[in-house]
Design a protein around this ligand. Sequence first.
Ligand code: ADP
Ligand code: NA
Length: 341
Amino acid sequence: KIAPLVFSGMQPTGSLHLGNYLGAMVNWIEMQKTHSCVYCVVDLHAITVWQEPAELRHAIRQVTATYIAAGLDPKKSILFNQSQVSAHAELAWIFNCVARLGWLNRMTQFKEKAGKDREQASVGLYAYPNLMAADILAYRATHVPVGEDQKQHLELARDIAQKFNNDFNKEIVAAGFEDGIFFPLPEPVITGPATRVMSLRDGTKKMSKSDPSDLSRINMTDDADTIAKKIQKAKTDPEPLPNDEKGFEGRPEAENLVGIYAALSGQPVAAVLKDYGGQQFSSFKKALAEVATEKVGRIGAETQKLMSDPAEIDRILADGSARARAVTKPVMAKVKDIVGF
Ligand code: ADP
Ligand code: NA
């Protein structure tokens, strides 16, 4: 039987934002209590769009520091950057040969990220979901805490695992896996009141690093004044807050801000509406700025502190990479045997 194992990662493309934190990282931290966890800075994914090398190097350290500042324990969990563990790229190549073009053609994130001039997108951006499947399956991980936007990529990872198990059934059984299951079908863990945090400027767009407006997102490195200003400027409608969740109908900005408050304060949305339903946004925004400043401010300050010792961050990543290689080595040896290398 395949033991439960958690895997997830984020791209080092600038600083992390509140969507990354509430959509995924809160669950990463929580799952450390009950599971073995592997958390990755996915630098190979980052270069699917152009990265200035010096900025990339800085972002790898900064994202690592933010993980730790948010509560990731690098002694307990494995924390490393993807480029240092060759199994990711090796298994991704094999998965490039398992996945079908038709499957990748259906990926909505590629269409969004490639934009209008698709001919100019990198091949890596197109094949990104295969690398993501390799990230997870190189550890034979079973649980993947991510935001809602990653659901389709997780389904693809399951399809790849299933097809590999089917294509190589005979070899997998011969290698000693009697049930024919070499790769588990990894399950997405998408839970909490903020699995899809929206832009503060437009309640129909997700909060994202790639949004050109810095007012659209709260960065995990923003200071208290910046956080307060962004929340104060956040788009809302003129109505007071609704009294129940049905009242969010047609009010995406209201739903988003209340969801963020609920996630930050650790309460259900209904409890927040019990306190603030019927009130104006002006007073609710003050309360929201307070909880956001408290949480994000603490993580931002701790990130800064860790960043003052880059050699220590590099040491943590080197240690995590060695531990990650130790996990992937026997998996890749079996994969190569199964494939016929
Ligand atoms: P981005 O989409 O900002 O470039 P990544 O692709 O590195 O960030 O995503 C890292 C993690 O953060 C993934 O689990 C993703 O689902 C989650 N995530 C990203 N944006 C949001 C959001 N707006 N709301 C909830 N989760 C998000
Ligand atoms: Na994303």
